[in-house]
Design a protein around this ligand. Sequence first.
Ligand SMILES: [Zn+2]
Length: 273
Amino acid sequence: MFCPTSHPPEVHLSVSSRSYRGRHSGRHRAPSRGLRLPRAFGAGFVLPTTAAAALVVTATGASVAESAAPPTFDLNGQQTAMARTQEAADEATSTEIAVRRADAALSSAALQGRAEAQQRAARAAKRKAAQEAKARAEAERRAKKWVRPISVWNVTSNFGWRWGKNHDGMDLGAPTGTPLVAMSKGKVIKAGWEDSFGYKVAILYWDGSVSWYAHMSRIDVAAGQEVLPGEQVGLVGNTGHSFGSHLHLEMQAAPTGDNPLDPVPWLKDHGLW
Ligand SMILES: [Zn+2]
């Protein structure tokens, strides 16, 4: 009649063989009275869909001859219910998948957004650090440059023997009130009156050089103060043992003591001569 293995197994008849043996008594009374099926159609038997419909007709036809009550074996209804269940399950699954995908897309977008924000922040930080490093380098370069203490460069007396004794510095003639500036980055180690020097400012520079400015008419800095190249420290004057307005510039070998150096070689070494 039909071969059970020649069709795809779509429907499983979960009726027990006992139910179909036509025994009507007891708790295992079959819902379809009098229906008889061959033993081969027992529990677990796989009934293909198309074959199932044919079987119902055949089985029903057979049982009708033996029983007054026609069987109500509603395989089609069962199939429809199963199909509906499957449909609902499929729908639920696809809805769940869609929700999961949406969630995944959202969290992926959020993660990507965060990652991009982090990358932007990292790039900005890197740019800022580079700018700061450049600014520091530029500031350092500017801080370490050397400038003349006075814009008017008029040497009136050199370092060396003069009037029976050593002249410990170089005299640069300039009008009183001419601005005097620090020659480079350094620290003021003295600012005040000192006997024949009159008003005097001593600066220790970043490379260890020490300058003394004497006979000043005004002092604009205090001892301990940091100065930068070109920063005004006071004004040219004629104070102390001085005959005429000028800057007495003295270069010292050390921050302490009195060991004057000839300013000219020093000025040459520092590109100021
Ligand atoms: Zn002098």
